[in-house]
Design a binder for this molecule. Structure first.
Ligand SMILES: [Zn+2]
Ligand SMILES: [Zn+2]
Ligand SMILES: [Zn+2]
Length: 331
């Protein structure tokens, strides 16, 4: 596999003919369970709670898209750019128990997983080759779920993914004009108008964005400005616990509508690596604001996925919020 850059949109794509073999979804023995006999390459473990050997851990992805060794060896080919698929590809195991997805877990179980995610981002940012660390979860067959066990995936890449790059540029442009964070301004308007807010929990808010890409799209953000997820996840324990609760409750709400979803964390890129040509690192701590985006998948509405040039969402965020607020969730 190699990375190629689209010279028009400036997005990197990973392409090639040596597609790694994907482990079958239902293996006889789950490799991620605490008592699994199969060998996984453990990168980091969080200490256990309630008598478990560990509470969350990071392991190397069994069929990684990116490989950790070597230099990206970025090179030109006429007007084109390419580089080797150097990076990290890990699986973050959310819980030692096979049947404990976030929406079944207690906040005491979720908090160490969030801290581990923050720890992995912080560690990987020490590697100057990596410009961005992504964390995402695909849940359900229609989302392309890879493992039955409660997990998210992490990739560290030598480039910033397209959507994050758009957001970084937009955040920088807004800041240049107003000297304010666009996300902070959105949060204060949403809280004031209270038309699309799903729930406020201490320092965090969940709301449906004004212009959703899919029905019931929901974002979770810190209410006070913070660019880097890892600083929140490794900060005050009470606050991490509030984030755990809001994430759990939001997923419980969404699951009253549909089971399958994509979840992605958007956070600040690696500022150890400073690019003069891109410029957005200068004010990044002030102009970017980390958030979690949840994109539910409604099979009956899958026109929104086939019609990707212009997003189409046949449920307004105001109607979505009315249903999500009413959903029964655990305290
Ligand atoms: Zn398992
Ligand atoms: Zn902000
Ligand atoms: Zn985002």
């Amino acid at each position: 596999m190699e990375l190629r850059k689209d010279p028009i949109t400036r997005s990197w794509v990973i392409t090639g003919d040596d597609v790694p073999e994907v482990a079958p979804r239902s293996e006889p023995l789950c490799r991620f369970c605490a008592d699994s006999p199969s060998n996984v390459q453990v990168v980091s473990s969080a200490p256990g709670v309630d008598g478990n050997p560990w509470s969350a851990r990071a392991v190397v992805h069994p069929s990684p898209l990116y490989h950790i060794e070597g230099e990206p060896a970025r090179r030109g080919d006429g007007l084109y750019d390419r580089m080797r698929a150097v990076g990290a590809h890990e699986v973050l195991v959310e819980n030692p128990r096979h049947d404990r997805q976030i929406w079944h877990s207690s906040d005491r179980e979720i908090a160490p997983f969030l801290a581990l995610a923050g720890q992995r981002i912080q560690d990987l940012k020490r590697d100057q080759r990596f410009k961005y660390i992504s964390i995402f979860k695909n849940y359900g067959a229609s989302a392309g779920q890879e493992f039955e066990h409660p997990t998210v995936e992490l990739t560290a890449t030598t480039f910033v993914p397209r959507r994050v790059l758009y957001e970084l540029r937009a955040g920088r442009d807004y800041f240049e004009q107003k000297e304010r964070c666009v996300f902070c301004d959105i949060i204060s308007q949403e809280e004031r108008q209270n038309q699309r807010v799903v729930e406020i929990r201490a320092d965090f808010v969940a709301f449906c964005p004004y212009a959703p890409r899919v029905p019931y799209e929901t974002w979770i953000l810190p209410r006070m400005h913070e660019a880097a997820f890892e600083r929140s996840a490794l900060g005050r324990q009470a606050s991490v616990s509030d984030l755990a609760a809001l994430l759990r409750r939001t997923l419980q709400r969404i699951r009253t509508i549909t089971e399958d979803f994509h979840l992605v964390l958007h956070t600040s890129p690696n500022s150890l690596y400073r690019s003069d040509s891109l410029g957005y690192w200068k004010t990044i701590d002030d102009d970017y604001h980390w958030h979690i985006e949840i994109m539910p998948i409604l099979l009956s509405k899958n026109k929104s996925y086939t019609f990707k040039e212009v997003y189409y969402s046949p449920v307004s965020s105001e109607a979505a919020v009315a249903r999500l607020r009413e959903a029964k969730v655990n305290a």
